[in-house]
Design a protein around this ligand. Sequence first.
Ligand SMILES: Nc1nc2c(c(=O)[nH]1)N[C@H]1C(S)=C(S)[C@@H](COP(=O)(O)OP(=O)(O)OC[C@H]3O[C@@H](n4cnc5c(=O)[nH]c(N)nc54)[C@H](O)[C@@H]3O)O[C@H]1N2
Ligand SMILES: Nc1nc2c(c(=O)[nH]1)N[C@H]1C(S)=C(S)[C@@H](COP(=O)(O)OP(=O)(O)OC[C@H]3O[C@@H](n4cnc5c(=O)[nH]c(N)nc54)[C@H](O)[C@@H]3O)O[C@H]1N2
Ligand code: SF4
Ligand SMILES: [Mo]
Length: 695
Amino acid sequence: MNRDGRAPAGRALKILPGGCPLDCPDACSWQVEVADGVAVGLRGTPEHPYTRGTLCVKVNQYLEHTRAPDRLLHPLRRTGRKGEGRFERIGWDEALDEIAGRLTEVIDRYGGQAVWPYQGTGNLGYLQGLQGRAGSRLWNTLGASRHDMTICSIAGLVGTGYTLGTSRGIDPEDLRHSRLILLWGCNTLTTSHHLWKVLSQAQRSGAYVVAIDHVLTRTARLADEHVPLNPGTDAALALGLLNVVLSLGAEDRTYLAERTVGWPEFRARIEQFTPRRTAEICGLPVETVERLGRRLAVTRPTGMKAAQGIQRHAGGGMALRTLAALPGVTGDWKLPGGGLAYSTDGYFGGDREALFRDDLLPGPVRSLSMTRIGEALTTVDDPPVKALFVYGANPATAVGGQSQVRAGLLREDLFTVVMEHFRTDTVDYADIVLPATMQTEHTDLLDGYGHMYITWNEPAVAPPGECLSTTETFRRLAARLGLTDPALFDSDEDLARALLSGGHPSLDGIDLDRLRREGYARLNYPSPYVPFADGFPTPSGKLEFVSATAAADGYDPLTGYTPPQEAADPELARRLPLVLISSAPHFFLNTTFANRQSLVRRAGTPFVELHPDDAAARGLAEGALVRIFNDRGDFTARLQVSDAVRRGVARTTKGWWSKLTGNRAGVNATVDERDADMGGGAVFHDNRVEVSAAE
Ligand SMILES: Nc1nc2c(c(=O)[nH]1)N[C@H]1C(S)=C(S)[C@@H](COP(=O)(O)OP(=O)(O)OC[C@H]3O[C@@H](n4cnc5c(=O)[nH]c(N)nc54)[C@H](O)[C@@H]3O)O[C@H]1N2
Ligand SMILES: Nc1nc2c(c(=O)[nH]1)N[C@H]1C(S)=C(S)[C@@H](COP(=O)(O)OP(=O)(O)OC[C@H]3O[C@@H](n4cnc5c(=O)[nH]c(N)nc54)[C@H](O)[C@@H]3O)O[C@H]1N2
Ligand code: SF4
Ligand SMILES: [Mo]
């Protein structure tokens, strides 16, 4: 790459390698075409085996997004009241002086832990974003509170960990070898469409694809079968399918004897999930459970994909723990294309600790949960959070318990800095706003949680206005704070080299020079790759149906089914009959792009989708303005009536900024801040509501 070519107009055209930093498992490799210092073209890298030359409907417009008229280009200081979004332009010197002064005051009076670096998923890069915990060296030096990343995939990471000893499953590309593919609540065509190419290739060569989702999604429409189960009942379905497998004697006895722990106990549990009981829990015809169970019993290899959507409830961690156990019974873990693909995060053996530098911490510090920001800002006082540094995140929109979140952000005594690209809902609550670079303007190194490649992102153009990268902002802030540890001033390339030089075998032969030259590299794993051929990284070295680690953490030692809390509560259902699912929007990435007019036009207005029977029971017609509410809060949306959703389920999407839709609040006003069963995960889909006509 980095080739010099000829632009059609005869101008010199440079092509620079990069990659998409957004929170998407596909982690696309891209090429930026630059002419006269201006990015004139962006495309998916044609020869990249996973990107295959395409980006997506959202990121195809990324260059326009970098040049959008509403882009933040200068530091700002608040002039109005918090939440009003009135600011004046200031210079970087003034901004850094004020931040350094306020941080010093807070730390002197309340200690470092009164500072909360609140980093979200806006950028997943190792240098500028979440994977490298950008800024961690500075926050460690100051002894700031640790930010606990609970919002997305943590419950499943913990759950799969009990069974497998790791959350790493199979290489999603290996699903092309599967004969039966179970998609557990993955709307692949929306949330990771490059995987669909792998799945459709398998389908064309005869694989049977099953979409398990209470919504007939775009993906479910293209599957061979759609299984619309009750929300939060996946683990019960998995156990019911295994019950059928056992009744046919199709379990892999050799694998069970040699490679697993706790089979007699797990077998007894599976026996409790008869097809009839399973069908009742899942709200499915008993024939569906039996038919799919028979198919599972006779089809090797069976590959499964589960993502984040299915774990956002009170039994979400357990659901993933049990899904990871299923291929241990069928023996699929030993076959290419068999097993569970959850996350490939963790295959990259980069030396993350060399970036984080936790050795710089002055002592132990507390952790604050990303999803409990409302509670933390309004109730914690040991010490209280006095300075909040938000970057790559939009908590005013993205987090549950929205009214409490906003009450916390309104606190006059809270000093809030937001580093951003655009004036999000959260920016309106900032004291100081800092303009951040976008992906074509800074250096970064990325991996992906849905494939086995790493990517180098070369800055292609100069940042517009006064935008600064995250790394540079923290270097300057460290200097302004009078800190002198050289670790705080490492260049981006120093950081990248430190990350790549840990000596992990996944990186043999991959160094910075090669990455720069080639743009991306596949990590050193064979393809196809059977991950646990040499054993499982559990304490026993085997797949653990019974886990002493889980028991020590206070969980059922045996994997099984934990029902959702609100969704499975019949008492609550009388008053709030609908389970609200707010899944991924097709045209936004979380709340990113919800200000991009061309995408907003295609996304339409905020909607809620109900089954025709549920709409009729409430006297509501298509297009009606409705109020969706529970005891926590409410929001308004346009009604869509469709039998694509199950009775008893209401569907909307995450993403919309309330200020741009003219709404006081969004879906997260109805969502609870409480934790899922494992890892402090979020419960976005364990949320009962009622819907009525809006006044
Ligand atoms: N276009 C787009 N792509 C995205 C994102 C985005 O916002 N927009 N977000 C990105 C991020 S941050 C993430 S974490 C991933 C999420 O990726 P996914 O997990 O694929 O996305 P979701 O839409 O959250 O959930 C997928 C499906 O799960 C279903 N579902 C919800 N609860 C359950 C359940 O209990 N059981 C079953 N079987 N199904 C259930 C929903 O109806 C939905 O169709 O996507 C990433 N990709
Ligand atoms: N109701 C409901 N809510 C949900 C979910 C759901 O399923 N339902 N899903 C949840 C999930 S899975 C996730 S991951 C979270 C996501 O929630 P957040 O982590 O808060 O992510 P975003 O909302 O996309 O906001 C990211 C912001 O980072 C900014 N940004 C991007 N790159 C950079 C950068 O390099 N530097 C700086 N300074 N800023 C940058 C973007 O402009 C954007 O405003 O939302 C969660 N919220
Ligand atoms: S959002 Fe996902 S599919 Fe789109 S360009 Fe980024 S990594 Fe690729
Ligand atoms: Mo996420």
